[in-house]
Ligand binder design. Structure first.
Ligand code: NAP
Length: 314
């Protein structure tokens, strides 16, 4: 039985993943997806290891027993109408990735609290201007999504002294975090936060969450840090909110279209910081061990970890 690799990786990246996975699994029979995969190759595939697989690439694999994503977010996979139903889908949950996300969130929140993005803007204009200094314990940050990433981010922000609130679908309890749930909870939490950090999965319920209406619910002069998915934000509405001064800044790692088109107004907006989807990258060294553990669990008939609930969308 072979392991299928269906990814958007180039040859060196594929080789690296194969090496790292074999470090934990031993030698494997590999099958790298291509459009003309033969019937015998398809028959032999037991497990698909995927990262942005071409749509439809997981069709016609009669012995497929597990789809293991190397990415944390599975929205693209779940949107593929040809995704086999009834085959367990596991996503990447890697503590190293959660920590990387916490670093990015902390950098963004700290820069917003202390005005470092404003000072960078002033430097471009050779403008010497001091702003008041804000204390972390008086600075309110709201983390949307209290899953693997959101919880780690909220914890890091608490340890750095911020006043942290969090929002999730079901009620949660986290040390030092004011937890909100459901639509009413969101209204209240948004009204108070000076920075909103988005770490929600992209689902039908969260797509376009940051729209003109939501921006009016956010505290005047607050900032948005979007580290989750571009389609959470209606970019035209965000630009209006920034222009009206309702929002102070946006720090964006993800976009509705990636790479962000060269003519996007977001590139040059003075109060937008653009990152090229690097808030938390999958590290083959740590992630291969986690993916391999699920492969071994499947083969040993043990419980699988980090399974996605397709009906819920995450
Ligand atoms: P997760 O563990 O599945 O957590 C999702 C959280 O969002 C949970 O707390 C969940 O609430 C909450 N949620 C889901 N739908 C909701 C809704 N309709 N209303 C309120 N709360 C809702 O996900 P994760 O591992 O933390 O990852 C989050 C996202 O980060 C991924 O889906 C991916 O898109 C993004 N990501 C980005 C990068 C990057 O580099 N930019 C890297 C990795 C991941 P419950 O707790 O109640 O279920």
């Amino acid at each position: 039985m072979s392991l299928l690799l269906a990814t958007s990786f180039d040859a060196p990246e594929l080789a690296l993943w194969q090496t790292e996975l074999e470090r934990h699994l031993g030698p494997e029979r590999w099958c790298v997806w291509h459009p003309d995969l033969g019937a015998a190759e398809r028959e032999a595939v037991e497990i698909a290891i995927v990262a942005n697989p071409p749509p439809g690439s997981l069709q016609g694999l009669p012995r497929l027993r597990l789809i293991q994503s190397l990415w944390a977010g599975v929205d693209r996979l779940l949107r593929d109408p040809a995704l086999p139903t009834g085959v367990p889908l596991a996503r990447m949950v890697d503590p190293a990735m959660n920590e990387a996300m916490a670093e990015t969130a902390l950098w963004a929140v700290l820069s917003l609290q202390r005005g470092y993005f404003d000072y960078a803007e002033q430097q471009r204009e050779a403008r010497w201007l001091r702003h008041g200094q804000r204390r972390a314990d008086a600075f309110r940050v709201l983390v949307l999504g209290l899953g693997e990433m959101g919880r780690t981010v909220a914890g890091r922000l608490v340890r750095n002294g911020y006043r942290v609130a969090g929002w999730s679908r079901r009620p949660a309890a986290l040390p030092g975090v004011a937890c909100y749930a459901g639509p009413e909870g969101l209204e209240q939490a948004l009204a108070e936060a000076e920075v909103v950090v988005n770490l929600l999965p992209l689902t039908p319920a969260t797509e376009g969450l940051f729209n003109a209406r939501t921006f009016t619910r956010m505290r005047e002069g607050s900032s948005l840090v979007n580290l989750a998915r571009g389609s959470h934000v209606v970019e035209a509405d965000l630009l209006v909110a920034l222009e009206e001064g309702r929002l102070h800044r946006a720090v964006l790692d993800v976009f509705a279209r990636e790479p962000l088109p060269a003519d996007s107004l977001l590139w040059s907006h003075p109060r937008v910081t653009v990152l090229p989807h690097v808030a938390a990258q999958t590290d083959p060294v740590t992630a291969a061990r986690i993916a391999a553990a699920n492969v071994r669990a499947l083969r040993a008939g043990q419980a699988l970890s980090h399974l996605v609930d397709a009906a819920r969308g995450y």
